[in-house]
Ligand binder design. Sequence first.
Ligand code: MN
Length: 358
Amino acid sequence: MDNSRRTFLKNAALVSSTMAVSRSVSAQDTSATNYRRIAVEETFSVPEVLDAMRELVERDPDREPGLSAPPYVVTDTIRALYDLGEGRIAAMDAARVDKQVLSLWSPGVQVFDPAQGTELARLVNDRLVEAIRAHPDRLAGLATVAPQDPEAAALEIERAVSGLGLNGVLINSHTNSEHLDNPRYWPIFEAAQALGTPIYLHPRTPPVQMYEAVSDYTMDGALWGFAMETSQHVVRLLMGGVFDEFPELTIVLGHMGEGLPFWLDRLDQVSARPGMPRLQRRPSEYFRDNFLITTSAMFWDPVLEFCVAVLGADRILFAIDSPFAPAERGTQWLDAAPLSDADKRKIYHENAERVFSL
Ligand code: MN
């Protein structure tokens, strides 16, 4: 055989193996496009809230540590947050996201005086419902509440979920450096449990009693402070007996559970020691039954595989955390993740449809 013939055969073999590969890739693509991709921690804002935040920070710059005024000019990020229409839908199409479950940008309305926070929460929920009604196939949403007036917050949960048809509630961790294990806030849990609607406990900057420890290196936010604040909030709920009082309450955590799945065995061991608060169940049992976690901004196979092993694919929901995390990376990652097709369907949409009544 001469060299050119040999080269031809080699190339033909390469071409045919490439075709085989591309056939199998396109077969996977076909099944991948069948996923209904629902992302459940997707952010928006409205000008009234950011204007009120600027006014608050100007009037009361020491309101709480880490609180800064939103940008005075409309940046690309702010434009993306304000867009509840065509621009958002186009970005979803580009990332192959079928539906976003929207929530107000942290810290929501939780930094305002109770009356102003309550009024803004109503405005935000009405605005959100308008956006959903314009794109009912593509958008859903979680209600905003002002926990600083717990009774008003409970009424707004009722109005927003039963009345307006929103799909749950989102609370940005602490309010005025207080946490929801404080029984003063339990009207909120009572309302959520009675309606069978979940509360998404979303991060925010740590409270005053923790803030100094993360005030350097810009580590008070997404780098570390958000997860530190939210995870300690959850340990307060667990150890404070919240789930003995509200056994049907559902809490959703972003960022793969804010580190807590990694800690469950340690929590069980230490909480069983003498002198610890007496609970009806072990922390890991509450975590497995009362919590779900989402993938927001944590697109990493080892963590996903660990969380599936610890909690099961029934307790994990897809989320991106747009526009702060790259949406395309999120869908590419989960499409290719080392899980069964059935588990991916649970994480992409079946769990979200069940938990958020979509
Ligand atoms: Mn977020």
